[in-house]
Structures are given as structure tokens and as C-alpha cells.
Write a protein that binds this ligand. Structure first.
Ligand code: NAI
Ligand code: AKG
Length: 411
């Protein structure tokens, strides 16, 4: 399990800094509810029992909110850590939600489409009494996307005999999804990267960038950064990495990988294959981990040459990794700020679903940019060039959650 298995260290630090009672730590880290369910799926060779999870961490500020992850290493402890992170993320960007996370221990690529549908609907039926537009609202995370959200919507509608599109966000447009949600996380990462680079007086967009992870978040981050003029010199996925010092043609790499069903390191018309760990050690201005947790740790952190790391993934850096990077003068923009564009557009989707309004892309982007920029400015004000961005982010988030909890009489 991750060294940064939950934000307890940062939380303790924040409570201490804020002069709050350390005993609050137990309340603020203990999940409201943790559920594990068994999911027996009939496959060709018989029944296979999968495990599903939902951890509802805190709902002092609004309904539980957070993604659904399908990954072979998903477990209850990961769901707990990621749910807690959602509590701080929604508080930091000041949207009226709490934090939750869920998922299934499975390799989605090893399941066919019918199996993924059966498993998703089974999971939803098991969780249906927890889910609801006013209580707990799932969304995509690693290994899930609009199709899984459509199945969740359908299974929940069956359970309630009604239409409640606000029960889940990240849905396809045809089912009440918001325009802009698919690319929202990557777009948000690219905006935050720009603001952070400018704050560091880097010559943005004239910078080199390496991105670990070429899924939903990695691809869209790469596309937006390239669009504004950055040079993306390397990207990677679970099988390997692709490097081109002159800059990768991101759209061509994405299209080739999708059409030929190959990994990025096989798209050799566009660059050279390198090892995944080599990507982290490249001489780039900006490094963006956009894949798994704990990707940067004590062994590889000393090799990182980037000046700025933007955490597009959730918890991509271990505590020890962070200590090494920081002592080497590398600036880190924390996950709860960097990747908050996703949950922000989820919030806008939820509002549209509940109000019956349908906003166009310009409206969604304008509202998103406003929310993210407010959070970024609050972060910059709070750190006053003395604290790390993560410390400032935790101070803002913990204070907001503590205030709401106190007003409700929880603490
Ligand atoms: N999808 C969303 O809206 C949001 C996602 N995130 C976080 O962003 C990260 C990526 O999520 P998605 O892009 O949605 O997932 P995804 O499932 O679409 O893509 C994951 C990518 O990571 C790659 N990968 C997996 N293991 C790897 C490894 N060891 N080395 C290099 N690459 C590896 C996969 O091959 C794939 O390219 C996760 O940490 C997730 O929690 C955070 C906020 C919102
Ligand atoms: O869009 C959402 O509601 C949550 C996305 C998510 O799981 C995350 O930000 O880590």
C-alpha cells in the first residue's frame, strides 16, 4: 500500500498549523462508511467472484462525490485514500460536495463488453441504496469512462423506477452528460500547468514536457498543452514510452494507437521507444505523472530533472519521493489542484441535470475556468511563497471542511 496511503501526514500538519485540535485528525480521516461487496459474474468458464468497493469519506459540505476505478490493484485501502483525497479536492475548488471513491478489483481490458456491462450493473445494484443525486454521485476514474457511467445510470434508474441523470456524472452526451467532461481533467491540468509555469517565470509555452500515462487524462493534457505551443517530447502507457526530442505529434500517436490497438512505444513512426522510467528522468522543464499512484518514489525521485511536476494523477508521488524532489528544488503542484478540472465539470453536469439546462462548450469552459482560477488564486495567496503548494492546498481544504463540520455540530 502507498506510503501516501492517505493524507494523514498532510492533515496532521495542517491541523497543527491551523492550531486545531489534533484529535480532529481521527474524525477527518475516518470514513463515514466503507462498503465491500462480492460480485459474482458468470463468465464462459463459470462464475468468477469480483470484489467491489465504495468508501464515502466525508459529506460535511455536500453529497459524496468521486470516481469509480477498475484496476487489478484496486482495494479498500486505495478506495479509502482516494476518497479522502476527494474530500480535500472538492473543498479546495469550493464546490458543494464531499469525498468518495469506489471501484472493482479487475482488469477491464480482460473483460469483454458484455461482461463489463454485467459487472458494472451488478456493482451499481449492490450500491444503489448508497448512490443518489443528493447522496453519492459516482464518476469516471482509471479504467472507466462514459460507457460505464451510462450503465450505472441505467441500473440505478431500474432500481428507483425513475430517471435520475444526476446520480452519476461523466455520462455520454446522449444521456445527460455535459459537453466538455471527457476532456475536462486534462484541460484543467493544462490550465494549472500554465499558471504554475508562469508563477515560476518559466518561458511558457516554450517548454518541454514529458507525460506519464496516455489514457483519458494523459491524452487530453498532452493535446491541450501542445495546442498552446508546448513541446511534448515523451509520453508513456502501461507497456512503455515514446520519445521524440523535436516534439511528438500527439494527435497522430493517439489515432495510431487507437486504430492499430497498439501501445505508445509501438508507434515508431513518430518517435523512439524508451523505458518507462527513462521518461521520468528526461531533461524536461515539466513532468506530468498522469497514470498510477506512487509512480515517483525514493528510488527514481533523485533522477528527476524537471523543474516543475504537475500531479495529473491522484497521489503519484510518495512522501519520501516528495521530500527528495522538494530538497532538489523541484516545485510540485498537488493532485487536488492539478486534476480538479474533472470534478469541476462533473459539478456543472450535475447542475445541468438537476436544472434541466443544457450549456454549450463555451459556457462550460467559462464556468470551469472561473472555478479553477479562483482556487488557484486562493492557493497562491495562502502560500505567500513560504509554504508548498500542497501545504497551502491542505490548509484551505481542511479549514473549509472543519468549518462546515463544526456548523453542523459534528465536531
Ligand atoms: N478520469 C478522470 O476524470 C480523472 C482521473 N484522475 C486520475 O488520473 C489518473 C489517470 O486516470 P485516467 O486517465 O482516467 O485513466 P485511464 O484508465 O484512462 O488511463 C490510464 C493510463 O495510465 C497508463 N498506465 C497504467 N499503469 C502505468 C504505468 N505503470 N506506467 C505508465 N503508464 C501507466 C495506462 O496504460 C493508461 O494509458 C489516475 O490517477 C486517476 O485517478 C484524476 C481526476 C479525474
Ligand atoms: O468527476 C468526479 O466526480 C470525480 C473524478 C475523480 O474521481 C477524481 O477527481 O479523482
Amino acid at each position: 500500500m502507498s506510503q501516501r496511503s492517505c493524507g494523514t501526514n498532510y492533515l496532521s500538519w495542517a491541523l497543527d498549523y491551523l492550531g486545531m485540535d489534533e484529535r480532529l485528525c481521527a474524525y477527518l480521516t475516518t470514513p463515514y462508511r466503507e462498503i465491500t461487496v462480492e460480485l459474482p459474474l458468470l463468465r464462459k468458464n463459470g462464475i468468477v467472484v469480483f470484489k467491489g468497493y465504495r468508501v464515502q469519506h466525508n459529506h460535511a459540505r455536500g453529497p459524496f462525490k468521486g470516481g469509480i476505478r477498475y484496476h487489478p490493484e484496486m482495494n479498500l485501502a486505495h478506495a479509502h485514500a482516494l476518497a479522502e483525497l476527494m474530500t480535500w479536492k472538492t473543498a479546495l475548488v469550493n464546490i458543494p460536495f464531499g469525498g468518495a471513491k469506489g471501484g472493482i478489483t479487475c482488469d477491464p481490458a480482460a473483460l469483454d463488453e458484455v461482461e463489463r456491462e454485467m459487472l458494472t450493473k451488478l456493482y451499481t445494484r449492490r450500491m444503489a441504496n448508497l448512490f443518489g443525486p443528493e447522496s453519492d454521485i459516482p464518476a469516471p476514474d482509471m479504467g472507466t469512462g462514459p460507457q460505464e457511467m451510462a450503465w450505472i445510470y441505467d441500473a440505478y434508474s431500474g432500481y428507483t423506477s425513475g430517471h435520475h441523470p444526476g446520480v452519476v456524472t461523466g455520462k455520454p452526451l446522449q444521456l445527460g452528460g455535459s459537453i466538455g467532461r471527457i476532456e475536462a481533467t486534462g484541460r484543467g491540468v493544462s490550465l494549472v500547468t500554465k499558471w504554475a509555469a508562469e508563477a515560476l517565470n518559466m518561458s511558457f509555452p516554450d517548454v518541454t514536457v514529458a507525460i506519464q500515462g496516455f489514457g483519458n487524462v494523459g491524452v487530453h493534457t498532452a493535446r491541450y498543452l501542445k495546442q498552446v505551443g508546448c513541446r511534448i517530447i515523451a509520453v508513456s502507457d502501461v507497456d512503455g514510452a515514446l520519445y521524440n526530442q523535436a516534439g511528438l505529434d500527439i494527435e497522430a500517436v493517439r489515432k495510431t494507437c487507437e486504430e492499430k490497438k497498439i501501445s505508445v512505444n509501438q508507434a515508431l513512426d513518430y518517435g523512439d521507444s524508451i523505458k518507462q522510467d527513462e521518461l521520468l528522468a528526461l531533461d524536461v522543464a515539466i513532468l506530468i505523472p498522469a497514470a498510477i499512484g506512487d509512480a515517483i518514489h525514493e528510488d527514481n525521485a533523485p533522477k528527476v530533472k524537471a523543474r516543475l511536476i504537475v500531479e495529473a494523477a491522484n497521489m503519484p508521488i510518495t512522501h519520501e519521493g516528495e521530500r527528495i524532489l522538494t530538497s532538489n528544488g523541484i516545485t510540485i503542484i498537488p493532485d487536488i489542484m492539478a486534476n480538479a478540472g474533472g470534478v469541476t465539470v462533473s459539478y456543472l453536469e450535475w447542475i445541468q441535470n438537476r436544472s434541466g439546462l443544457i450549456w454549450n462548450l463555451e459556457e462550460v469552459e467559462k464556468k470551469t475556468d472561473h472555478i479553477l482560477y479562483q482556487a488557484w488564486c486562493a492557493l497562491c495567496r495562502r502560500r505567500q511563497n513560504e509554504l508548498s503548494y500542497r501545504q497551502a492546498a491542505y490548509l484551505i481544504a481542511v479549514e473549509r471542511v472543519a468549518q462546515s463540520s463544526a456548523l453542523r455540530g459534528y465536531i
